[in-house]
Write a protein of this length. Structure first.
Length: 191
């Protein structure tokens, strides 16, 4: 029973650290403004991540293109998560290129790469960032720990507090994702 309760108290502690840092909310607002501007300008959002972060990238894209809380127009968002595509690129080029190849294929100037990595050091995410920058895309990063190599490469970074395991960062990331989608919906509903 103690181990079960520990999951919740650890999550509560990490969330309290995130909430107590005023930069957390400033970074979310700045990121939301970037997303709104891109959508208003007719650009798309391409999201990516590994493992649980891929699930978060998919969740982010489906709620932007589908629906979050209210009926509204669909927003142009897609996650790089097709298993046939990923296995093709991983087989032919290596797993470190599964995201960058798609960014090369569909990314355009003004688009957004929404990259998620709890360590900030995933090679395939770093390659996607490099590909995005070459295309004149903006990069939004959700990271954890110290932000890793991603921290200095992102136009906007939202970092979960350092914790021993990735699951605590992922719990912050999903709250950030919902907050960003809500921000986008509210801002675009006023036009």
């Amino acid at each position: 029973m103690d181990n079960i309760q520990k999951h919740f108290t650890e999550a509560q502690d990490v969330l309290a650290q995130f909430i107590s840092n005023p930069a957390s909310f400033k970074n979310i607002e700045a990121t939301g403004q970037i997303l709104v501007k891109a959508i208003k300008n007719g650009n798309q959002i391409i999201s990516c991540g590994n493992g649980g972060s891929m699930c978060d990238a998919m969740h982010f894209a489906e709620e932007l293109s589908g629906k979050y809380r209210n009926d509204r127009p669909a927003y142009p968002a897609i996650s790089i998560s097709d298993p046939a595509y990923i296995s093709c690129v991983a087989n032919d080029y290596g797993y470190e290129f599964v995201f960058s190849r798609m960014v090369e294929a569909i990314g355009k100037k003004g688009d957004i790469l929404f990259a998620i990595s709890t360590s900030g050091n995933s090679a395939n995410i770093l390659n996607a960032i490099n590909a995005a920058q070459k295309r004149g895309m903006l990069v939004i990063g959700l990271t954890g720990k110290d932000g890793g190599q991603m921290a200095s490469l992102c136009d906007a970074e939202i970092r979960a507090p350092a914790s021993e395991y990735a699951d605590r960062a992922q719990e912050i990331h999903i709250k950030v994702i919902h907050s960003l989608i809500d921000y986008v919906e509210r801002k675009l509903a006023t036009r």
